[in-house]
Design a protein around this ligand. Sequence first.
Ligand code: NCD
Length: 354
Amino acid sequence: MDKNLIDLEAVSTKQIDKIIKKAKKIMQSPADFRHACDGKILATLFYEPSTRTQMSFQTAMLKLGGRTIGFDNPMNSSVSKGENLKDTITIVGGYADIIAIRHPIEGTAKAASLYAGVPVVNCGDGGHLHPTQTLTDLVTLSCEKGRLDNLKIGVCGDLLNGRTVHSLIKTLSKYENNSFVLISTEELSVPLYVIDILEKNGCKYEISHSLADSISDLDMLYMTRIQRERFKSEEDYRAQKNVFVLDREKLNKAKDDMIILHPLPRVNEITVDIDDDPRALYFKQAQYGMYGRMALILLLLQDEDFMIDNKTPQICEHRCKNPKCITQQEEYLPNLSYKKMGMQMCEFCDKRID
Ligand code: NCD
């Protein structure tokens, strides 16, 4: 059975703790892991731009003694000649031991996992999910706050299109007594399916339109970029950019031990003069991410009991209608679904089918 990381939803908190523990062990004695993946190959297939995710995955494999192949511009691969996802993935699965994929369309990592024959890691699928960024965030929280529970968490910015936020909320809502302040404009508020998860997990949350009013009792502030590339027009984007900016004045109202995280890249939403504040952890966070990814690679490749995704997907009659779903682009994909609160949901993009 293949082991994949498509959505942290499928991973128990016990398994998440295992990844974090492993990451800390690697941080303490990296030399012990220098040959842990000798002879193994990671393929990074990035159909969308990336700095941190791609390079930290590659560095992670290199530091474990393995090697990497892949592309960061699909137009330099046979994708430019019209090759479909299934064929590309089938071929790469025959070359590599593990595949890390990023794609602009929702559900692509799930689709890839059907054909890879080796573990697939979702490195971002459109505006949907980004589970290894969440691992990065959790390793940071665990190292810097010493806990993943009993936290008041502010998330601010593009909560509609920000996949990092969706994965983060989904995962942290599983831990005890976490509460959320969702800070965004009306237009960029979190998708309903994320609210459903908060409610299902019995998690407290408030909606806010003011960072200044909400900052004072947060334990963590998660800032995000407005996702320009997901907007229909430049005008729509311009109406949203720079609405929320964390500056010195606002930070002065925050607790002394509040930590500031950001998946990066930053585009104005945190002023540069804050970078030297001890609460600003976003650069350190990117370092933690590399260790989290080293731990994930090791566990996926070497731990028999780890994260076997043995859900049996159901074939359903209707096709997902979400225009941003991979099933709209790759016709051969089956109509896979699961049931949630009596509703039929798309296995690829998590949107309602019927
Ligand atoms: C994020 C992403 O790609 O979703 N970046 C990252 O992986 N660190 C956030 C973003 O692009 O805004």
